[in-house]
Design a protein. Structure first.
Length: 843
């Protein structure tokens, strides 16, 4: 179709060029190049144009004619990878197109700031243009980065580092191309015979295409980039055996599964009798290879080879194979934290079919233009390991790999317990509580929910237990923010690499503490019932009537202890513990003495005599509080202690009828016990006394519990049995008294399978004058707190948190938190709130 000639004149550039080209003029050379004016406008923020086989590389040349990019590719949808319309009447919207977007000053400044942060340099402006041009030339538009979720700025740097390192792949014997999977996913699904998008919508970032003489090899690449968007990076580069890469592996496996289906489909069609189907399918696949070659200029010596291979593919003369998956992991670890020769490492695991480059971000960016760097050579090795196909490929096993490094160049000295699970990829860059779908994300490839729960439900204690089918209790607590694709954050108390199961939860009123606590209770109950011989029990101190609604109690099999005639005897002695009567009675008096003023040594001696007398007289059982009060009164005049005891006895806090008393073990068995402190009204002193008395009972319950040895896990080294949790909401009410029993519970709980959850409004509550309660808390959910500092966070055992992190915590939206646990050394998440979790499940 010829351009319209204005005014009927033929004296324009096109007409002159056509005349010269078709004429006999000798010595004339026709040179053409795209004009930026076609797509560029001084006033337009967006430009949409039909895509007519225009190379992204040519588009970048057009947009950077003056040396600085003011606009960038937003989306590239070529005709050969067009997406099928879901509705016939919208087919026009699915025609091939390109979209150009003006680059905002904010995006450029953010990109420059992140590059400066990574490279520890103030001259990052030149690198910004390099990043934008590299991404655009490879068909990676801003839309692709946004569709992967979170911060497209940090995502751009991860993509750029990977693509920059891939420049030398063309120097290998077999031409190697890279496509954005976002652009060709629908096309691949159609060719594979599975056009519907997978339920999880999880896939890798890039598709590597290697063209050899014998076969075409396809390998997915998953990119992770952390530590630039405000989240705290780990101090150590992860290896393939790290749980921190579990989500990246799952995304690779999802794409590898699609590529396996693609290979199987071609094998089925090529071995069939329908020649028409064979040629149609082969021509479709050839268009994919053509797309790959269009976005990466060929070397002259490779052009003929690629042309011949395309011809062979179009006629069905090729083999198709799926290579291994590749993880390109970049972490902005401060260089001072690494030794000079340990800025990156590479590994390859044959069993799981995954290759890994784990690299310090600044080192990758600094070497992006140095093709003679050993980093380039070793990246070639990573790709070579992934695409070295010796025979028919098998579907990857979902296993924690036993790593067999093909090359471990500058491998860091890693400590498994300190590694950061950057479970990469949340689909929300802002704290949007409506963006996650817990019901689906809880069903990840390596999620224990995939275990056949019928093998565990109803199993009796002491019965032979299957040891290789699950990873114990592991729950989704939210979706990671500031990352590239949708990804859940996990809390895994069943993983013995989490040293303590204790949890600290902080946040101002109404920020989401209760919601995440309810999620923890409900999900741990569910998962423990499915993965161990009995469900985990909970003891909950409820100061504000937050855990007593009927729906919640029904969901967790909960019971409420009203503060009236509670069927417990606080002087009961367990036969297993062997505790004597004096110690039991003095535990009670210690509570009285610390909480109530005016109690001294004279009353202590009098109470000891009264309690001893009561124990002697009750030969077949332990005395109740009313009987001890009666003997105390017989030893002298009324005093402050008799008044306190009377409040308990005549307030009917605990039952005085021995026939109604239950053992604490029986009360806790397979249940969530909620102690209703709200029912005591404004009597804060009585509330706190009851909590401490229950802590003593809970501590004895823990010490009398039979220990269960860890067992091997399916994907982790060993699995811990989770017996019980203690939850203290508004924990400041008791932490201020410095009771030894609370600290003992937190320090000794791990070996018994117990954990403690402390929730309070301020970080300062966790550190009293004598006891640092934060020290044994290995897991944190920090919601919005008005006056938090980086120093306070460091004192909680969060050394990666700085003042920037603290400032962000101050402005967090409700139902979002700063999460830290094994594998997550400080990540912002969108909480898996209880109401949303169960509304999504339709419950």
């Amino acid at each position: 179709m010829f351009p319209l000639i204005a005014g009927g004149s033929t004296d324009n550039a096109f007409a002159r060029a056509l005349s010269r080209a078709e004429g006999s003029n000798r010595g004339f050379a026709l040179f053409s190049q795209p004009s930026a004016e076609i797509l560029e406008s001084a006033s337009a923020d967006w430009t949409v144009a039909g895509e007519a086989f225009t190379s992204p590389h040519a588009l970048v040349s057009m947009l950077q004619g003056d040396g600085s990019a003011k606009q960038m590719l937003w989306e590239w949808r070529p005709p050969f990878l067009a997406v099928e319309s879901k509705r016939e009447d919208l087919a026009v919207q699915d025609r091939p197109y390109i979209t150009i977007s003006r680059i905002s000053g904010l995006f450029r400044s953010e990109l420059e700031a992140m590059i400066s942060k990574a490279t520890e340099s103030n001259s990052a402006s030149v690198k910004v243009d390099s990043v934008l041009s590299t991404l655009g030339a490879r068909g990676i538009g801003l839309s692709t980065l946004l569709s992967n979720g979170g911060s497209q700025t940090a995502g751009a740097i991860g993509f750029y580092a990977t693509l920059a390192l891939s420049k030398t792949l063309q120097n290998s014997t077999d031409p190697t191309f890279i496509l954005p999977i976002d652009s060709c996913d629908a096309f691949l699904r159609k060719l594979s015979g599975n056009p519907q998008q997978s339920e999880s919508n999880r896939r890798a970032d890039l598709l590597l295409v290697k063209i050899s003489r014998k076969r075409i090899i396809l390998s997915p690449i998953e990119i992770k980039c952390y530590g630039l968007a405000g989240e705290s990076p780990s101090r150590i580069l992860p290896g393939l055996s790290d749980a921190s890469l579990a989500d990246a592996k799952n995304q690779l496996l999802s794409s590898m599964d699609l590529l396996d289906k693609l290979s199987n489909k071609w094998q089925e069609i090529s071995n069939g009798e329908n020649e028409a189907d064979k040629y149609l399918w082969a021509n479709g696949f050839a268009s994919l290879l053509e797309a790959a070659s269009k976005i990466q200029p060929l070397k002259l010596e490779d052009a003929g080879f690629v042309r011949d291979r395309l011809s062979a593919v179009a006629t069905g003369e090729f083999e198709l194979a799926t290579g291994s998956g590749i993880i390109a992991y970049f972490s902005n670890i401060p260089r001072r934290s690494l030794q000079a020769d340990k800025y990156y490492s590479i590994e390859f695991d044959k069993k799981s079919r995954i290759s890994l480059l784990s690299c310090q971000t600044g080192y990758a960016l600094s070497n992006a233009d140095n093709e003679y760097s050993k980093l380039f050579t070793d990246w070639q090795q990573v790709v070579s390991d992934a695409t070295n196909i010796q025979g028919p490929t098998d579907k990857p096993e979902i296993d924690t790999p036993v790593v067999e490094p093909s090359v471990t160049q500058t491998a860091p000295d890693t400590d498994q317990k300190d590694r950061d699970i950057s479970e990469s990829t949340n689909g929300s860059g802002t704290c949007d509580a409506g963006s996650n779908n817990p019901s689906k994300s809880d069903r990840g490839v390596i999620d224990s929910s995939s275990v056949d729960s019928n093998k565990y439900i109803g199993a009796q204690e002491g019965q032979a237990f299957p040891q290789d089918l699950n990873d114990g209790v592991r729950i989704n607590v939210g979706m990671l923010l500031d990352t590239m694709q949708e990804s859940p954050a996990w809390y895994a108390p069943g993983d013995t690499r989490l040293n303590q199961m204790n949890i600290g939860i902080v946040g101002d009123l109404g920020t989401g503490k209760t919601q995440i606590i309810k999620t923890l209770i409900a999900r741990i109950r569910e998962e423990s019932r499915n993965t161990q011989h009995k469900a985990t029990s909970f003891l909950v101190f409820d100061y504000k009537n937050d855990y007593q609604d009927p729906d919640f109690l029904e969901k967790v099999d909960g019971v409420v202890l009203q503060p009236e005639n509670m069927p417990l005897n606080i002087f009961a002695r367990s036969k297993k513990s062997g505790i004597n009567n004096r110690r039991r009675s003095m535990e009670f008096f210690d509570v009285i003495q610390r909480i109530y003023p005016g109690v001294g040594p004279v009353q202590r001696q009098r109470f000891a005599e009264a309690a001893g007398s009561a124990f002697e007289e009750c030969t077949n059982r332990d005395p109740v509080l009313g009987e001890i009060l009666e003997r105390y009164m017989s030893l002298g005049r009324p005093d402050s202690v008799s008044s306190i005891l009377s409040d308990f006895v005549y307030g009917n806090i605990f039952t005085e009828d021995p026939t109604e008393i239950r053992s604490f073990e029986d009360l806790m068995s397979d249940s969530v016990v909620v102690v209703n402190l709200h029912g005591l009204g404004s009597d804060q002193t009585m509330k706190n006394a009851i909590v401490i008395l229950f802590l003593n009972l809970f501590y004895d319950y823990m010490k009398n519990t039979t220990k269960v040895s860890p067992r091997p896990g399916a994907n982790i080294p060993s699995v811990r049995h989770i017996e019980s949790y203690l939850l203290v909401d508004e924990a400041n009410n008791i932490m201020k008294y410095n009771f030894d029993v609370l600290q003992q519970l937190m320090l000794e709980s791990r070996e018994f399978g117990f954990g403690v959850i402390l929730a309070s409004q301020f970080l300062s509550h966790f550190s009293s004058s004598k006891i640092n309660y934060a020290e044994p808390l290995n897991t944190w959910f920090i919601h919005k707190v008005p006056d938090v500092t980086g120093k306070q966070l460091a004192q909680l055992g969060l050394p990666e948190a700085d003042d920037y992190t603290a400032d962000r915590i101050k402005s967090l939206e409700n139902l979002c938190s700063y999460y830290s646990s094994y594998g997550y050394r400080g990540r912002f998440i969108n909480d898996n709130s209880y109401y949303k979790l169960y509304s999504n499940l339709g419950e």
